[in-house]
Design a protein around this ligand. Structure first.
Ligand code: PBG
Ligand code: ZN
Length: 307
């Protein structure tokens, strides 16, 4: 008989980082989750005793066509990483590497004028170069893992190459490999103010009706040098997680996304005992399916519960 147990080291807790000082602003779409300025981020991590690993998302006010705020040496995330590393020597930092919070249009890629009039096309070269610049700037600030999430073909290889060239061979890559076009991202997009201004992301995120693409993407990312691959969302995609775990040796992370968080929050309706049972049951299903790591907005609570 095999039983599955959650462990503290499985858990990665996401944080949303904003500019300014002394900011702790509730996110309306995600009750219990906040926008933190760097000073308050440090305070919150300190109060969440036992937390071992965080995933940082930048919530940028500066947005433009080149997403340049994303790779500024003293940008939001770069400052946050430096502050965390100064304060907590053993805390592992993972950073989301994407453009959607930094582009004026809210897409995860750089766009250029297309062949057809009035239609924009993806500038693949500029997108990959920008992702590499972001990853290197995070590594320079001290990130342990960079997590490219733009779903751009070749992003893992380009980032691996850039990190190696700049002397960051030990910085690892968590690839958002099997990233489905999901309605469970809704609350996050409000949290990040990153909904595309036009169009949507279904052209580059995966079609939920298809399994093979997800597995193929995971395989590609492993070949390109990913140290950890991801299936996202988690709950509605446990079959993908299970199949990937059977097929590949590389460790796999499950991202239990914002909609999964709010779904449980709503169901528990303020009853904390019920909430705990729901969260542990849901996360255990991810372990059963094969997740080596779990990214969950309940991270701080889970760490507490596991003692
Ligand atoms: C985009 C990104 C998304 C999430 C993390 N990075 C989804 C999207 O808007 O396409 C979703 C996370 C969540 O819902 O918790 N790069
Ligand atoms: Zn994005």
């Amino acid at each position: 008989m095999r039983t599955f147990k959650l462990k503290k080291k499985d858990i990665i807790t996401p944080y949303f980082v904003v500019g300014g000082k002394d900011v702790k602003r509730p996110i309306r779409s995600m009750p219990g989750i906040y926008h933190f300025s760097v000073d308050n981020l440090i305070k919150d991590i300190r109060s969440a005793r036992g937390i071992e690993e965080v995933l940082l998302f930048g919530v940028s006010k500066t947005k433009n066509d080149t997403a340049s705020a994303a790779y500024h040496e003293f940008g939001l995330i770069q400052k946050a990483i430096r502050a965390i590393k100064k304060e907590f020597k053993n805390l592992k930092v993972v950073t989301d590497v994407c453009l959607c919070a930094y582009t004026s249009h809210g897409h995860c890629r750089i766009l250029k004028k297309g062949k057809q009039k009035a239609k924009l096309a993806v500038d693949k070269k500029a997108t990959l170069e920008t992702l590499a610049k972001i990853a290197v700037s995070h590594a320079r600030a001290g990130a342990d893992f960079v997590a490219p999430s733009a779903v751009m073909d070749g992003q893992v290889a380009v980032i691996r190459h850039a990190l190696d060239c700049e002397g960051f061979k030990s910085t690892k890559i968590l690839a958002y490999s099997a990233k489905y076009a999901s309605n469970f991202y809704g609350p996050f997009r409000e949290a990040l103010n990153s909904s595309p201004k036009f169009g949507d992301r279904t052209s580059y995120q995966l079609d939920p009706r298809n399994t093979d693409r997800g597995l193929a993407k995971i395989e590609e990312d492993i070949k390109e040098g990913a140290d950890l691959v991801m299936v996202k969302p988690a709950l509605a995609y446990l079959d993908i997680l299970y199949k990937a775990k059977k097929k590949f040796k590389t460790p796999i992370a499950a991202f239990s996304v914002s909609g999964e968080y709010t779904m449980i929050k709503k169901l528990a309706d303020g009853d904390s005992a019920k909430e705990k049972e729901l969260v542990l049951e849901a996360l255990t299903s991810m372990k059963r399916a094969g997740a080596d790591r779990i990214i969950t907005y309940f991270g701080k609570e889970v760490i507490k519960w596991l003692g």
